[in-house]
Write a protein that binds this ligand. Structure first.
Ligand code: MN
Length: 500
């Protein structure tokens, strides 16, 4: 399995092939109990305007005070993205009018962000990987929320979210298919959750993506990578605030085809911001894309430049947990797992912990199989992650132990697992209660074989000519013993008796 730099999705058009180019701006809400520049609480589910300080409401004369904890989370995230930490950065005002933005500007970071270039290694579904370059990460405030559905005549404004800290993580246009874009967000989310800097809850909008989509002809993207010049790429459109892996992919599919159709009709793409409608599965124009100068960015005069002590950054670095890539490499080397199995286990650190607890002293590859195949598929069919598993890791360990010491076959183990899942008890109890112990007694197996050969002399004769036909005998013996005969023993004895 070789890793490829890019795997572009090719779309056949009337005038030839097209490729997709994707860059993402991900907004991740900082997992902080208070806001970026005020002491007001951050939380989901409070009544309207119950978490608003005078700063968030932009009362005249109020001054923002930077939340040190949020800065620490941004630094931590930067380190997790293997990115440059800028010891000096600055906050700027990004001016625009929204009814739910009482300041009339958003405090963000413009040309001096707290985090510079980094890289994220992303796993594709087939286990291959590719790198996405990170351009920057900056800190900024979120806006409030306009509520249009509370009254037939009025729009209400809820400022609970106003001033909440966001980390905007901007990637280079290094994704080439809808699947790669979704895989990137998945990986980014995994890193953030490992770090604890964002809870990754996409349903609540705590992690959401703006997707930049453009199309180009085969070969053009390589020219862009060789020269760094965007002139080789098509004009992009930005799809705002997409908050699920599925929507990200659907929005890209639609948007790429829309652009190709326009270009093939001889039109040109307007650079604009678009919204994805998940009901109609289409994007539609929201506003023509502003250029940076339209926002009239300028340094916020209420805030001093942000200067970090290198010793503090080092201190933060030393507290970083084992990150997904390191964990994956360790699971592969320590337990001999495949890149695929290790990749599945590291998606949630709870999965890896569960696996490691179960694998202690057991056949680790076998444990990985049980966790990634049987357990995770049962859990995911109920929409659960491993933290909600009704089966403790010690149950999987015991099941594997029963296979390892020959008490049950792998086939019977699947049956035992179903009973475990149904809540019938621990594996050893189930095996005993249901009489599922594997028959290793050669005498009993031999008796079954003799009976079978005596009843089917023609088949026993035929198998000598056609040895693969032994499968029929194996099947019959297993049936006779209720699936409990040790398959290896059955095979060996049959070969002897049939003279193979
Ligand atoms: Mn932003």
């Amino acid at each position: 399995m070789t890793d490829t730099a890019t795997a572009p999705k090719v779309i056949k058009g009337r005038t030839g092939d097209w490729e997709i180019v994707l860059g993402l701006e991900v907004h991740a809400q900082v997992a902080s109990v208070s806001k970026l520049f005020s002491g007001a609480a951050v939380g989901f589910g409070a009544g309207p305007n119950q978490q608003v300080s005078l700063v968030d409401a932009a009362m005249p004369g109020m001054l923002p005070v930077l939340n040190r904890f949020c800065v620490e989370q941004a630094v931590k995230t930067g380190l997790g993205l293997k990115a440059q930490i800028n010891l000096k950065s600055r906050f700027d005002r990004k001016n625009y009018f929204y009814p739910d933005l009482p300041q009339g500007y958003q405090i963000s970071q413009f040309d001096q962000p707290i985090v510079g270039e980094g890289v994220v290694t992303v796993e594709r579904d087939d286990g291959t990987t590719f790198d996405v370059r990170i351009e920057r990460l900056h800190l900024e405030q979120d806006a409030g929320k306009s509520l249009h559905d509370q009254d037939p005549n009025f729009t209400y404004v809820d400022l609970n979210r106003a001033g909440t800290a966001l980390m905007e993580i901007v990637s280079r246009p290094d994704m080439r298919s809808p699947e790669e874009a979704a895989a990137y967000v998945k990986k980014l989310r995994t890193i953030l959750v490992y770090l604890g800097t964002c809870d990754g809850d996409m349903e609540k909008g705590n992690l959401r993506a703006d997707v930049n989509v453009s199309v180009c002809r085969p070969g053009d993207y390589e020219k862009y990578r060789a020269t760094g010049s965007f002139s080789h790429l098509g004009t992009r459109c930005e799809i705002k605030n997409v908050n699920s892996y599925r929507y990200i992919q659907q929005a890209i599919e639609y948007e790429a085809r829309r652009q190709i159709e326009i270009l093939e009709d001889g039109g040109k793409i307007d650079q604009e911001t678009r919204l994805f409608d998940p009901n109609k599965l289409e994007t539609r124009s929201m506003r023509s894309k502003e250029e940076a100068h339209d926002y009239r960015y300028f340094p916020d005069p209420d805030l001093l430049p942000l200067v970090l002590d290198p010793a503090w950054v080092k201190e933060i670095e030393e507290t970083l947990p084992e990150l997904p890539d390191a964990k994956k490499a360790r699971l592969q080397s320590q337990y001999g797992l495949s890149a695929y199995d290790a990749g599945v286990l590291i998606i949630e650190s709870d999965r890896a912990d569960y696996f490691e607890a179960a694998a202690k002293g057991r056949d680790a590859k076998l444990v990985a199989n049980w966790v990634t195949n049987e357990l995770l598929s049962k859990l995911s069919s109920g929409g659960h992650e491993i933290a909600a598993s009704p089966l403790p890791s010690s149950d999987i360990a015991q099941l594997v132990e029963l296979i390892e010491n020959g008490t049950i076959s792998s086939k019977i183990a699947k049956e035992v697992f179903e009973h475990m899942w149904a809540g019938e008890g621990r594996p050893a109890e189930i095996v005993e209660k249901r009489g599922l112990v594997q028959i290793n007694d050669t005498g009993a197996i031999e008796a079954a074989i003799d009976k079978l050969i005596a009843a089917n002399p023609d088949k026993a004769e035929a198998v000598k000519e056609k040895p693969q036909a032994i499968g029929w005998f194996v099947g019959q013996v297993m049936k006779e013993t209720g699936g409990k005969a040790n398959p290896a023993t059955v095979n060996e004895l049959l070969r002897n008796k049939l003279g193979l």
